[in-house]
Design a protein around this ligand. Structure first.
Ligand code: C2E
Ligand code: MG
Ligand code: MG
Length: 833
């Protein structure tokens, strides 16, 4: 606490320079004759003792249990002299026992007891300090005998003064100390209210500090006798070092709390862990060791605390924690107060009412400094809290709340209300798949990385609106959700170029867990004010545009009124799909696959079909992504597998020499018990797994994923073949092809359909066929729409073909009829897959 280092100086210096411990008053002798009491004696005996000796005075001012006698003698006064009364004063009250005896020659005139532990009875003039009136006589010489006893040093100088000065000083002191104590009282009461109001955890330490300063200052000035009961006052006096120790501890905890938010000291710092024990040890030592010993301990603790707190403060300031300015000011006052006080006790500064007030004023300034620091910190925290509420924690970009609460006024302030703007929304759609593949933390990390990358890019782009945050930072992106970001173009005419730039970054392959993949995303945009006069509408329309990307070929769709209708259409589809899955309305077709060498049917691909009463036939490329988005896919896969297996078991012919390929969503394989479930269903129909191929797309997130790995391993072991569908589009990597121990590679129909006109498709398709051969994987070409394509593929030795030119998808019944027609009952198996 504030008084502590000061007291340390007092204690140490009083011992070092006790012989100097007198005021500079003209009446005050610098050394008082003294002797140590060996056997109990009366004042009269002491008066006559010839043991008084100047040399013992210094010793008497040290810590000691012994009683010492002091003697001050005054000559007879002459009647002309007007100073008949002198006053002797001690300002502090912590000496345990003090007896003052006034003699005229050998006659005892008065006896006062004024020690800290003595009963002062009805005398309530304690606040004045210890004032002993010495009445001088013109008949006799006057002697004042003082008996001092107690294990406390005589900390303050003795001063002698005449009546007028004494009266003046009494009034001054009374005013001064009343001011100090009432200031502290007001501060304390105010802080108690503040604490009740703020309920900030660290404030309790500040309050404690306030209380300790109040208690120790009142003890040191004698006001404690006015404020507390005599027993309590006396306890405080005897246990002053416990009070100081508690104060130091509170100060330590206060500092730790104050600086906690900026990680000072570091969470694993020695002091953070064991600091409390240091104080507990000290407090315990006060009960075991002598005052002198623990005063020394205390000195070390104080010096240490003093330097460490200032070092922490400076470190915090360097870290940009501004409220620490007031905290450092507080320590500055304390430091100044302590140094000046040391000067007083070294006699560099004289003891005057001004110098004497340095200590209490430093205490109050320190308390005020801490109060300011606290208020400043609370303000900063409030600012941070407000910024935090409006920003995304991980990327520090403005968030959804910012968009809806702050942006409207910002746009108005920047005078953009009448300008044409465009809202662009980017949705990173592979977040869910990444989460399931690598866990939410890695998925969030990947989102964060790409968002920050995009932010860096948009910062340098022209024609984008800047968003300013409370912490004076400006950004160009707003993060609406984990995977959704937006920006606002102030030049909608350049929107195409701007989005193209963004897409270039998004299309760039990235890595998670050593797996390369390309982000999947959808971009939607809406124009202000034509497509939305407020940010709400604008957002809604950009969202609709973004969602409609699912049904388009590209990644970006600008909003149109048509899309709005489509959006409603999708919502309706989801509802109808949910109902129809439940009611088993969905069924499947089979598209035969042909061995390109022998022209035999090697098997067929099961393709799901949905014919809704209201919507008619809905394409799987329309409803499968919807089912994936809404989680309906699991139920859908389950039901499909069940009905395919049932059908196959009822028509053994379908599998006698042929196989069936079934499409599985990537999300299915990320299900923990997927393989078990499929094997269970298979078992139920007593079918051989070796007759089935599982087709999967979007394999990039599979590698290094334990769940997928286990599922694939289990399916492989059971006899299933694994096929990578739509190879060549998206980001299907060779690495994954090998890692998943693929049996079949299906070249995407996008390449096959363009084969005759597009040289690039030719190169790619040919390479994929060669690659399959090299890896001993069956190559399948889907989307063969013409004889020319078929011949080309045959000439490249592609093994299996599938497409409208060969066979269209057909009902299972037609498929069986076809098999009957094309496959002679006893023909040898021809499929290679
Ligand atoms: P896919 O697995 O690549 O299936 C091949 C798609 O190409 C089928 O479309 C098929 O009808 C079509 N196709 C076949 N030959 C030709 C051709 O010569 N020209 C053209 N233009 N198209 C051809 P479909 O049935 O519309 O299925 C679309 C996609 O929906 C499938 O692509 C597959 O990814 C998904 N899908 C179909 N059934 C299921 C299923 O049961 N479960 C899951 N998860 N997805 C399925
Ligand atoms: Mg397929
Ligand atoms: Mg395909």
């Amino acid at each position: 606490m504030t008084a502590n280092p000061l007291l340390l100086c007092l204690v140490l210096l009083a011992q070092l320079s006790a012989q100097n411990a007198f005021g500079s008053d003209a009446y005050t002798p610098s050394v008082i004759p003294t002797f140590k009491e060996m056997t109990p004696m009366s004042a009269e005996e002491a008066l006559l003792s010839d043991a008084f000796n100047d040399d013992l005075y210094a010793e008497s001012q040290n810590f000691s249990e012994n009683a010492y006698w002091h003697k001050l003698t005054f000559p007879k006064t002459t009647t002309q002299e007007n100073t008949q009364n002198l006053y002797l004063t001690l300002s502090y009250f912590i000496i345990e026992h003090l007896d003052f005896y006034l003699f005229h020659d050998e006659q005892l005139i008065s006896h006062w007891k004024r020690g800290a532990l003595q009963d002062w009875g009805e005398d309530n003039s304690h606040y004045k300090g210890i004032w002993i009136p010495i009445t001088l006589s013109d008949q006799h010489s006057t002697s004042l005998i003082i008996r001092k006893q107690g294990n406390h040093p005589l900390l303050t100088p003795i001063k002698l003064m005449d009546g007028t000065t004494a009266a003046e000083q009494t009034t001054h002191k009374l005013i001064f100390w009343t001011f100090i104590i009432s200031t502290l009282t007001i501060l304390l009461i105010y802080n108690i209210f503040l604490f009740a109001l703020l309920k900030q955890p660290g404030f309790i330490y500040y309050l404690g500090l306030n209380l300790i300063i109040f208690v120790s200052l009142s003890a040191l000035t004698g006001f404690n006798r006015w404020i507390f009961s005599q027993t309590l006052s006396q306890w405080i006096t005897t246990n002053l070092f416990v009070v100081f120790g508690l104060g130091a501890w509170i100060l330590f905890r206060f500092s730790m709390h104050f600086l906690k938010d900026i990680q000072i000291p570091a969470p694993n710092a020695f002091l953070k862990k064991y600091g409390d024990w240091l104080f507990i040890t000290f407090l315990l030592s006060t009960q075991v060791f002598s005052v002198k010993t623990f005063a020394l301990f205390f000195a070390f603790i104080e010096i240490f605390l003093f330097f460490i707190c200032i070092a922490w403060g400076i470190k915090a300031y360097k870290k940009g924690f501004l409220p620490v300015r007031f905290y450092l000011f507080s320590w500055f006052f304390l430091l100044t107060g302590s140094i000046l006080n040391t000067f007083i006790f070294w006699k560099i500064l004289p003891i005057t009412p001004v110098t004497e007030s340095i200590f209490p004023i430093a205490c109050i300034l320190q308390l005020l400094g801490f109060a300011f620091a606290f208020a400043d910190k609370a303000k900063q925290m409030e600012r941070d809290r407000r910024t935090q509420a409006l920003t995304d924690l991980t990327t520090q970009l403005p968030n959804r709340a910012y968009y809806f609460d702050m942006l409207p006024s910002q746009i108005q302030k920047q005078g953009l209300s009448d300008q044409k703007l465009a809202l662009v929304m980017i949705d990173l759609t592979n977040h869910q798949t990444l989460s399931q593949a690598f866990g939410p933390a890695k998925a969030d990390g990947a989102m964060c990385d790409i968002i920050l990358k995009l932010h860096q890019q948009t910062q340098t782009m022209e024609g984008l609106l800047s968003f300013s945050l409370a912490n004076k930072k400006t950004t160009t992106l707003i993060r609406m959700t984990t995977k959704k970001i937006i920006f606002i173009s102030t030049h909608p005419d350049a929107l195409k170029t701007q989005i193209q730039q963004i897409q270039n970054t998004l299309d760039h392959p990235t890595r998670v867990n050593k797996v390369h993949f390309r982000h999947q995303y959808k971009i939607g945009s809406a124009l202000y004010p034509s497509q939305g006069a407020d940010l709400d509408k604008l957002y809604q329309h950009a969202l609709i545009a973004k969602d409609s990307v699912t049904y388009s070929s590209g990644h970006w769709l600008p909003f149109t009124d048509n899309l709005k209708n489509n959006h409603a259409h999708q919502l309706r589809l989801i509802t109808l799909l949910t109902e129809d899955i439940e009611r088993d309305i969905l069924y499947f077709d089979i598209q035969p696959q042909v061995d390109l060498l022998t022209n035999n049917i090697t098997g067929g691909e099961v393709l799901i079909r949905w014919n809704n009463v209201h919507m008619g036939q809905v394409s799987p490329s329309e409803f499968i992504p919807l089912a994936e988005q809404t989680g309906l896919i699991y139920k859908l896969t389950d039901k499909l597998l069940e009905s395919v297996f049932l059908w196959a078991s009822q028509h053994p012919k379908a599998l006698s020499t042929q196989r069936l390929s079934i499409n599985i969503s990537a999300l299915d394989l990320l299900q923990e018990n997927f393989a078990n479930r499929i094997l269970e269903l298979l078992d139920k129909q007593q079918l051989a797994a070796s007759k089935f191929t599982i087709e999967i797309t979007e394999t990039s997130v599979f590698q290094n994923n334990a769940v997928v790995h286990n599922n694939v391993k289990q399916l492989h072991q059971a006899g299933f073949k694994l096929s990578i569908d739509d190879f060549g589009v998206g980001y299907s990597s060779m690495q994954n092809l090998v890692a998943l121990e693929t049996d079949e590679l299906k070249i995407d129909r996008f390449f096959i359909m363009n084969l005759l006109d597009d040289a690039q498709s030719q190169i790619l398709s040919r390479n994929m066929i060669d690659l399959s051969k090299a890896l001993n994987i069956t190559s399948v070409a889907e989307g063969i729409e013409s004889e020319g394509i078929l011949q080309l593929l045959k000439s490249w030795h592609c093994q299996v073909g599938q497409g409208y030119h060969l066979y269209r998808p057909m009902s299972p019944t037609d498929y069986l009829t076809l098999l009957d027609k094309t496959v002679p009952p006893l023909s040898a198996p021809t499929n290679r897959a």
